[in-house]
Design a protein around this ligand. Structure first.
Ligand SMILES: Cc1cc2nc3c(=O)[nH]c(=O)nc-3n(C[C@H](O)[C@H](O)[C@H](O)COP(=O)(O)OP(=O)(O)OC[C@H]3O[C@@H](n4cnc5c(N)ncnc54)[C@H](O)[C@@H]3O)c2cc1C
Length: 348
């Protein structure tokens, strides 16, 4: 089977590895703009702190992601996957009470440490309501991940750096630039909005900004979280973020975004720091917070792999595996992820 993939963000990369593993002939093209995957902090957090709930399908997604990233590390000869200790600084008495209630429930105990006296009295000026430690979190060094895979696919002769030109596509037969494919999979992130085949889907463009800072005294033993995350990278460097701005597709960092992150960081630390880097990217989000996977309703050789939203690094390994099983073996796509939930929008 011969497959062309458009886009080498985390979706396209995981998809390429899955298809190669299944013995397919794969070509990958990317226009080098990389909107989201290279900007992301790459944190895999099983909890949603705002509502103190578990992330969607977490018990399947986390083990699969771990296994996949270890395999990709092995295949590319790079190290980018790191276990991570996350500590939530509770924002209110109510959040502390939520944690206490949930930590006793069997489905949460895999992901929450039971609160100790040390957690409640964690010695930080900003720690007014106590803290809680998350289990089974991790992060991907996204720069290393993207670079290693690009080099790996380039060396294998799979990746070409070019823009996909819709005018040279026949969607009925899946012929692109005179070459015949069994499937063409679009993993274009936020730019799927401009794809004439899939533009009917309710993809939103959610801009996010992120700082890399340097500080000699900031707490680096765990990733602290309140209003924002502070991710220790080693060598006294940290990533801090991020912001949310809806319906913007530019990737230009703004003064407003920087100020917002610096303000949020005050709720974690008053230590001095220097800003080393300021980046912005655009997340491909969906109003119902579920992915966009599946074959086009009228052109079944045209496929979409998108809508990974704010959690692409946690979602991509398993979801791309499920998409490949669907294409190769005809297994069903999880109904919550399937684009057929939006079929009524196609001709509206
Ligand atoms: C500030 C910020 C922080 C984030 N933090 C996290 C985090 O901590 N953890 C987490 O899991 N997620 C995080 N995310 C979200 C994560 O980045 C996304 O979920 C994920 O990267 C989406 O991946 P993707 O492959 O779908 O899209 P992208 O990464 O945008 O990749 C799409 C690729 O397609 C290419 N492309 C598009 N159109 C064409 C075309 N016509 N021709 C050729 N190539 C094309 C683009 O250049 C790009 O390389 C964050 C995002 C932002 C912005």
């Amino acid at each position: 089977m011969k497959v062309l993939i458009v886009g080498s963000g985390v979706a396209g990369i995981c998809l390429t590895h899955e298809l190669l593993r299944a013995g397919c002939d794969v070509e990958l093209i990317d226009n080098g703009k990389n909107a989201s995957s290279v900007v992301a902090a790459g944190i895999i957090n099983p909890l949603v702190f705002r509502r103190m709930t578990l992330s969607w399908r977490v018990s399947e997604l986390i083990p699969f992601a771990l296994k996949t990233y270890r395999e990709i590390e092995h295949r590319t000869g790079t190290s980018f996957f790191h276990p991570l200790a996350i500590r939530r600084l509770f924002a209110s008495e109510q959040e502390l009470e939520f944690w206490k209630k949930k930590q006793a429930l069997p489905e949460f105990s895999d992901y929450m440490e039971t609160l100790t006296e040390e957690d409640l009295n964690f010695p930080l000026e900003q720690n007014t309501f106590g803290t809680g430690r998350v289990k089974r979190a991790s992060y991907i060094d996204t720069d290393a991940f993207i670079q290693a895979n690009r080099i790996h696919f380039h060396t294998a002769g799979i990746l070409s750096e070019e823009n996909f030109n819709q005018e040279e596509l026949d969607p009925e037969s899946a012929i692109y630039k005179g070459n015949n494919y069994d499937y063409i999979v679009f993993a274009e992130g936020k730019d799927a909005k401009y794809n004439p085949l899939f533009g009917y889907l309710p993809l939103q463009q959610t801009k996010g900004e992120l700082l890399t800072i340097q500080s000699a005294n900031m707490y680096a033993a765990e990733s602290l979280n309140r209003k924002c995350f502070l991710l220790p990278l080693g060598n006294q460097q940290f990533k801090v973020g991020s912001t949310y701005a809806w319906d913007t597709d530019d990737t230009i960092p703004t003064e407003e975004g920087k100020q917002a992150i610096m303000e949020n960081l005050k709720s974690i630390s008053n230590e001095r720091y220097e800003i080393v880097e300021h980046k912005a990217g655009v997340r491909p989000t969906v109003p119902d917070r579920r992915p966009l996977l599946g074959k086009h309703p009228e052109f079944p050789k045209m496929v979409i792999a998108n809508g990974l939203g704010t959690k692409g690094y946690m979602l991509a390994p398993l979801l791309m595996h499920e998409l490949v099983n669907h294409l190769l073996k005809g297994t069903e796509i999880d109904p919550e992820s399937h684009i057929n939930r939006f079929e009524s929008l196609m001709h509206s």
